[in-house]
Design a protein. Structure first.
Length: 173
């Protein structure tokens, strides 16, 4: 997560605004984050399967979600539901920070549990600024941060998206 470390919120585990949430953290939870994983491992604060909705987290209670090497393990037919659940728990303007192996890269194909590939185009389905893609599924609206997604030479794809409350209206020209 080289490109996004400097972009990610820092701070305490809890603040006046909300929590920092590391989903699918395993035993490598980010410092100052609340960790959620389906396995009861050291450092996991919330034992819960991310593919079971809703999560045991209040609406609009999370500042930042970090999803480091986890979305590629989510069943493809649950992808929209996963992003909608992230949207639900994030505060308005909250962000999701994702690092995932690029679909088709050696890092994607080397792990037999990877079942959901992502490319730079995948995230356009969540951002209303790209209506050709966004209007295809019933996803909640996100805003892709300028400069993202970023493809790393190590085969990783990184992206930051912010929770939007409204879909921008199209110009009537």
């Amino acid at each position: 997560m080289r490109a996004i470390k400097s972009e990610c919120h820092s701070g305490r585990k809890k603040s006046k605004k909300g929590i920092l949430l590391d989903i699918g953290c395993g035993n490598r939870k980010n410092e100052r984050f609340v960790g959620m994983d389906k396995q009861d491992l050291p450092g996991v604060d919330i034992v819960h399967d991310m593919e079971v909705f809703p999560w045991p987290i209040e609406d609009e209670s999370v500042l930042t979600i970090v999803a480091n090497n986890i979305v590629e393990h989510i069943k493809p037919w649950l992808t929209i539901d996963l992003f909608n659940e992230c949207w639900r728990v994030l505060v308005p303007g909250g962000q999701i920070v994702i690092a995932t192996p690029y679909a088709g890269s050696i890092w994607y194909w080397s792990d037999p549990t990877h079942c959901n590939g992502f490319t730079e185009k995948t995230f356009l389905y969540f951002d209303p600024d790209y209506p050709m893609f966004f209007n295809f599924y019933a996803s909640k609206p996100w805003k892709i941060e300028p400069g993202f997604p970023v493809y790393q030479l190590n085969g990783m794809l990184e992206i930051i998206m912010n929770k939007r409350l409204e879909v921008p209206k199209e110009d009537s020209k």
